[in-house]
Write a protein that binds this ligand. Structure first.
Ligand SMILES: [Zn+2]
Length: 439
């Protein structure tokens, strides 16, 4: 199995590190990527008195349990799951609970001081410093702490002068010289983020190739299609299988007995891209592929499957589950987009296609704009061998987002035919619509 790729993202308080991490996560697709925060590794101060705690400098490297962070990052990169601590900022103590992080092929580690620690740097494949002007950072911090944490201007400024600024100058700013890449303006720097994502992808591919080269011929695992993190296998292992497949394009090693793969998530989470990616691989492997979408979906183009980022692949329209069965029987690999728009007969049709030995890959919205399960997705998820949940980025706060928010404009002049649009939101920022007639 290949060793994971570690990308470290440092930068001052409120520099936009979190947004950069979220954007890279988004650009890579959530498949096989985990974000770790240095903040989770604050030392447990439960044993200190409140007075002692008040004197602790949380911007100093000693505030962090770096040995634990090092150990967990190493284990994760080596393919072992970890129990990431959850820090309770109200008590300045570690919570009893932990967050289980499964092995992934890319770990994004973000925090103010991640480049200040030599041993952490030694593990990193790519070191990034997010460089944002100190006045901008102070303004953001003032807004955030006053608005979200109910603090006074005076207390925020005093903390900034006493701890944040001196520690920034002593530890954070000097760590910039260790960076491979310095990103000005954080997550809003699209070119910078795209370049980084491309580089991470390249390093990841190199790792797969290396790992593969180390596998003796004939011992290579066969049969498993590409899967997401929700499957019960370690992600990195699946990735190795995928690259194996791409290097043996004539083998066509489909699993016997067929399978059903479901890619699901909110709008803007890259479901169609992921579907296209898998179908393209099958085409390269010279398998007979048929691509179908419901005929009501003519958003962009009637003859192609088109993702939001304008990746295209030719597709057929199907009016019903019967159409799907008919067209699907002509292929070895059947791909379906927007599967939630078919009626419930689709479940039986897809089961039949998979039972007859085909690889069936479907993508669809798992929840409607009320955050209720979208039939027939629950039926398909229950029957699928492999499930990939894609997440978008919350347009409000930048966190990974699993919900689709409907936004209606009342009293605004609408240029195009629709009076509403949709955006991705996280659980916290999602605002469920009121029941019809309740206004
Ligand atoms: Zn949010």
């Amino acid at each position: 199995m290949s060793r994971g790729v570690l990308i470290g993202i440092a930068g001052g308080s409120a520099s936009g590190k979190t947004l950069v991490a979220a954007k890279i996560y988004e650009a890579l697709g959530p498949d096989g990527v985990a974000i770790l925060k240095q903040d989770s590794y604050y030392r447990d101060l439960a044993d200190l008195t409140p007075e002692e705690r008040a004197r602790v400098n949380f911007d100093h490297p000693d505030a962090f349990d770096t040995p634990l962070l090092l150990e967990q990052v190493s284990r994760l990169l080596g393919g072992e799951p970890i129990e990431e601590p959850i820090y309770d900022f109200t008590r300045h103590a570690r919570s009893e609970r932990t967050r289980r992080v499964l092995p992934v092929s890319v770990v994004i580690l973000e925090g103010i001081l991640v480049l200040a620690e030599r041993e952490l740097r030694a593990l990193m494949d790519i070191k990034v410093f997010v460089d944002t002007d100190s006045d901008v950072r102070l303004l953001r911090r003032l807004r955030r702490d006053i608005h979200e944490r109910g603090r006074t201007v005076e207390s925020v400024l005093s903390q900034y002068e006493t701890y944040v600024r001196p520690m920034h100058l002593e530890f954070i700013e000097p760590s910039k010289r260790f960076a491979d890449v310095i990103i000005p303006e954080g997550g809003h720097n699209r070119v910078g983020v795209d370049l980084l994502a491309t580089k991470v992808q390249a390093v990841r591919n190199e790792r797969y190739a290396e790992a593969e080269a180390g596998v003796a011929p004939g011992r290579a695992p066969t049969g498993a299609p590409s899967t997401g993190r929700a499957s019960n296998r370690a992600d990195a292992g699946n990735r190795a299988v995928e690259s194996d497949r791409s290097r043996n394009p004539m083998r066509g090693d489909l699993p016997r007995g067929g399978s059903l793969e479901v890619i699901c998530g909110p709008m803007f989470s890259g479901k169609t891209e992921e579907l296209i990616r898998r179908l393209r691989r099958s085409q390269i492997a010279r398998q007979r592929v048929v691509i179908l979408k419901p005929s009501i979906d003519d958003r962009y183009d009637v003859d192609h499957l088109v993702s939001h980022s304008q990746i295209k692949i030719p597709s057929l329209q199907a009016r019903s589950a019967r159409d799907v069965l008919e067209h699907g029987r002509e292929a070895e690999v059947v791909g379906i987009d927007e599967v939630q728009f078919f009626d419930e007969g689709i479940v039986a049709a897809l089961e039949t296609l998979a039972n007859e030995g085909r690889r069936v890959i479907v993508a669809g919205l798992d929840m409607d704009y009320r955050a209720r399960p979208f039939e027939p997705m629950p039926q398909l998820l229950a029957r699928a061998e492999y499930i990939t949940k894609t997440l978008a980025i919350c347009v409000t706060c930048g966190a990974p987002a699993g919900r689709t928010q409907r936004v209606t404009h009342r009293g605004e002049r609408i240029l195009v035919g629709s009076s509403e649009h949709y955006e991705a939101r996280c659980r916290r920022c999602f605002d469920p619509p009121r029941e019809e007639g309740a206004e």
